[in-house]
Design a protein around this ligand. Structure first.
Ligand code: TEU
Ligand code: CA
Length: 556
């Protein structure tokens, strides 16, 4: 694997709508982000990805773009964006935008023109089909529920494809003109000085054609899009072309959101001359999932978590560099998901942070993770803003769950869990806004907030700073960033441990995921403790007894 400038960095995802409001309208904005750049620098962040801030009706919170060349006025102006890029540069930071090009909004001019004249130029930017005897072209289910086909406005005899929400019509990548438009737009942003992109839902741009039904997998008679993705061949031709025409000439940094890649595809995607710089490791986020829906998902145990992490590490080997995440805007809070309830406290949160952060790859934090933000309680389904939560609630009801059970089932996975406003202070609305927040603030902000954690040397926040400092410490960086990862004691329950080894140094990372203490013996012993989430460590010769929820990084 070739070394790259970004390998030793730390990245951070901002969900702009919920990060920091600067004008009291209850919606986070670019000015709020600019005001917080020094905070991110203090934490140790280098690369910042912004979830979409383009013009959008916000049906899917900005992942439905109506104008790729403009900033939504709710988030600010193009001047603000230019200022953010410039201010980041001054601090040696890099700004990434979200590249959402599998689909646009049904309010995008292209789609409006397509509705006016489905047989004209813009009709070919989308997948528009005639209904044959009232029948839809195929039985695929949208990611957000219901058929992927929707009647084309003004043309009851036609329908258009949307793998996601009906307000997110899919763009037709088979059309070279559409691809040219996409490349032009990417280059326009990169020419402005943007460092690169996180690339949304990208595997979906290649459809298995011609349309065909797959066996129905639920009562609704529809089938998951996954069947189609397994059959789709040739996404690499689009991705390679996009790289050659846009990212590569600009030396852009790109992180792909890739699910369902084919076995053996990793070198093509993120090898030395891959389509992207890196991609996210979602192995533990998909763990326990069920084709039936969220209500049927099983909890992820600490041993599942360990297995998922090590599986990805073995798979990637020396091919490239994955991004390691604990959560993002599509997932519940990691501390509420991967820690058993009795471990969801400061020590447990630091343990999870250590295990994830010391893996090989690029640590990619999500806003609020650094202060240990947790899932939010739900009292009624009306409290849910997220369209995916609304859909999964209906799926659970249809499967026979009582309204109460359905609510509890979807609350565990709701995307709103990660989208509640950032908890800056113990003051009104957690210091997020002086107005009314667009999504309710987690009531635990009085206990969990940055202001308190900044002052407390033992806080989760200060612990993240220590982990980041270790990654950037020139004595250890080479081992933390490039060292081989060697799992140990894999048969010991509720324990996750691995070595990181380079030619110069050997680090041992150990974490105990239970209330009861656990003992391990380190052959050859160790030299010093680099990270410890508790004040002490019990040792006896080469034996170590980890207290409940203890995590350490040792120099071995
Ligand atoms: O998510 C893509 C994706 O694959 C989704 O199925 C995701 O797993 C699901 O939304 C979880 O409920 C991306 C974005 O990250 C997401 O926020 C968008 O809603 C989606 O694309 C459509 O743009
Ligand atoms: Ca605002």
């Amino acid at each position: 694997m070739q070394k790259k400038w970004w390998h030793g960095k730390v990245a951070y995802q901002i969900y702009p709508k919920s990060f920091q409001d600067s004008n009291g309208d209850g919606i986070g904005d670019l000015r709020g982000i600019i005001n917080r750049l020094d905070y991110l620098k203090e934490l140790g962040i280098d690369i910042v990805w912004l979830s979409p801030i383009y013009c959008s009706p916000l049906a899917d919170q900005g992942y439905d773009i109506s104008d790729y060349y403009r900033i939504d006025p709710r988030f600010g102006t193009m001047e603000d964006m230019d200022e953010l890029i410039a201010e980041a540069k001054k601090r040696d930071m890099y700004i990434l935008m979200d590249l959402v090009v599998n689909h646009c909004s049904d309010e995008h001019a292209w789609f409006r023109k397509a509705c006016e004249d489905p047989d004209g130029e813009y009709g070919k930017y989308f997948y528009i089909e005639d209904l044959k005897d009232g029948k839809l072209p195929c039985n695929w289910r949208s990611y957000f529920g219901g058929s992927v086909w929707e009647p084309l406005p003004g043309h009851p005899d036609k329908c258009y494809l949307h793998l996601f929400h009906k307000k997110q019509p899919d763009l037709n990548w088979e059309n070279p003109k559409l691809r040219e438009e996409v490349y032009k737009m990417i280059n326009w942003w990169l020419d402005k000085g943007l460092a690169g992109f996180r690339i949304d839902a990208i595997i979906n741009i290649k459809k298995a054609l011609p349309w065909k039904d797959y066996p129905a997998d639920r009562e609704d008679g529809l089938c998951s899009v996954q069947h189609m993705l397994a059959d789709a061949v040739g996404v690499g031709e689009f991705l390679g072309e996009m790289r050659d025409r846009t990212f590569e000439p600009h030396e852009a940094f790109t992180a792909g959101e890739v699910f369902n890649e084919k076995p053996g595809d990793l070198p093509n995607f993120i090898g030395d001359h891959g389509y992207f710089s890196t991609m996210f490791d979602f192995n533990e986020t998909i763990c326990g999932g069920s084709p039936k829906g969220w209500y049927d998902a099983r909890p992820v145990t600490p041993d599942d978590y360990r297995r998922c992490c090590f599986e990805s590490q073995r798979k990637i080997g020396d091919i490239g560099f994955l991004c390691n995440i604990i959560e993002n805007h599509d997932e519940p809070r990691g501390v509420s998901r991967y820690l058993p309830a009795e471990g969801c406290h400061d020590a447990g949160k630091k343990l999870l942070a250590t295990m994830n952060f010391m893996l090989k790859g690029l640590p990619f934090l999500y806003q609020g993770q650094e202060i240990g933000m947790e899932n939010i309680p739900f009292h009624s389904i009306e409290e849910a803003d997220d369209i995916s939560t609304q859909d999964e609630y209906q799926v659970a009801l249809a499967a026979g769950l009582s309204p109460e059970d359905a609510l509890n089932a979807v609350a565990r996975f709701s995307r709103d869990n990660a989208r509640t406003p950032f908890q800056w202070t113990a003051g009104t609305h957690a210091g997020f806004t002086t107005g009314t927040p667009w999504l309710r603030v987690n009531p635990n902000y009085v206990r969990i907030n940055l202001e308190a954690q900044r002052k407390n040397a033992d806080s989760v926040y200060q612990f993240y700073r220590r982990l980041i400092a270790l990654r950037k410490n020139t004595d250890y960086a080479d081992t933390v960033v490039y060292g081989d990862l060697i799992p140990v004691w894999e048969d010991q329950k509720n324990l996750m441990a691995y070595y990181r080894r380079s030619a110069e140094k050997s680090l041992l990372v150990i974490g105990n995921f239970q209330n009861e203490a656990q003992r391990v013996t380190v052959p050859g012993g160790w030299k010093r403790i680099l990270i410890n989430n508790l004040p002490e460590l019990e040792t006896d010769g080469n034996a170590i007894t980890l207290a409940g929820w203890q995590a350490v990084v040792l120099e071995a």
